[in-house]
Design a protein around this ligand. Structure first.
Ligand code: LER
Ligand code: MN
Length: 271
């Protein structure tokens, strides 16, 4: 099992302990605290030199776990569903740019809120639309050997794919179970939506591709009520050896996150 944390390259995010200007300091901190890689938050590729980003990761012996892509939904209105054809095409183009970058970085690509939000009333049609919009992305990712991560996100943020089981059902029945699509399981969302963590782990099996770590209240692990030792032991025993990535708020404080990450990761590795 590997560990990473979010670092953002262009726009600040509540999920990183570093501003975008300080992304290199963020990488230094990750290295110093025994993380294996960085989850990179990228909004667009205007003036972004991916070869340079890769060189900075390599210099520190860090990998890249996945590309976090959702900023462009809020900043540019990009979405795969519920938008005019030209916006959907721009969104597909952006995801293809992410896939190109992921191939260079050896990472995966997250499809989170930039898939579109849908509504409960139109969910069936929304998922059909999503399946169609994802087809060219799946074909492209498959050619490039890149994994797409569909994130299960709670009902207060989107009407679609809220639980691990709903996301798994969509991958199998809605997409035809392509090998290059797996699940991003975020423990904050799972705490709201899933029946039991152990049941989700068993259901997802090898379709689990990436884990987001945050406590039940989205604070740093240990400051809510999730039993991380039990969950991560279960995840490890299921055969998962990929990334668990911090995506918690800087709570209860920035100092806690910066000061406790290294020791927490060591404890989790020893499970
Ligand atoms: C992104 O990974 C996520 O978990 C969403 O809640 C962001 O809004
Ligand atoms: Mn997440």
């Amino acid at each position: 099992m590997k560990f990473s944390a979010t670092v953002t390259l262009q726009y600040d995010t509540i999920f990183s302990s570093f501003s975008h200007e300080d992304w290199l300091k963020g990488l230094d901190w990750m290295k110093e605290n025994g993380l294996d890689g960085a989850e990179l938050c990228i909004s667009n590729y205007n003036g972004l030199d991916i070869a340079k980003v890769k060189a900075e990761l390599d210099k520190r012996g860090l990998g890249c776990s996945t590309l976090s892509t959702g900023q462009a939904r809020a900043l540019e209105g990009l979405s795969l569903i519920g938008v005019p054809a030209d916006v959907r095409e721009r969104t597909q183009k952006r995801f293809k740019e992410h896939i190109d970058a992921a191939q260079i970085l050896g990472s995966k690509v997250t499809i989170g809120l930039m898939r579109g939000l849908g509504t409960q009333e139109t969910a069936e049609a929304d998922l059909k639309e999503l399946s169609e919009a994802m087809k060219p992305l799946i074909e492209y990712a498959d050619q490039k050997g890149v994994t797409l991560l569909l994130e299960a996100i709670n009902r207060y943020e989107t009407a679609l794919l809220n639980s691990a089981e709903a996301t798994l059902a969509f991958i199998k029945d809605g997409l035809g179970n392509p090998g290059c699509v797996r699940i991003l399981w975020d423990l904050f969302h799972a705490n709201i939506e899933d029946i039991r963590f152990s049941r989700s782990i068993r259901c997802m099996g090898e379709k689990l591709g990436h884990v987001h770590i945050a406590d039940s209240n989205r604070m740093f692990p240990g400051y809510g009520h999730t039993d991380f030792a039990a969950v991560l032991k279960d995840v490890k025993e299921s055969g998962f050896s990929d990334y668990c990535s911090f995506e918690c708020l800087n709570l209860p404080s920035l100092e806690t996150v910066l000061g406790e990450t290294g020791a927490w990761v060591s404890r989790m590795r020893a499970l």
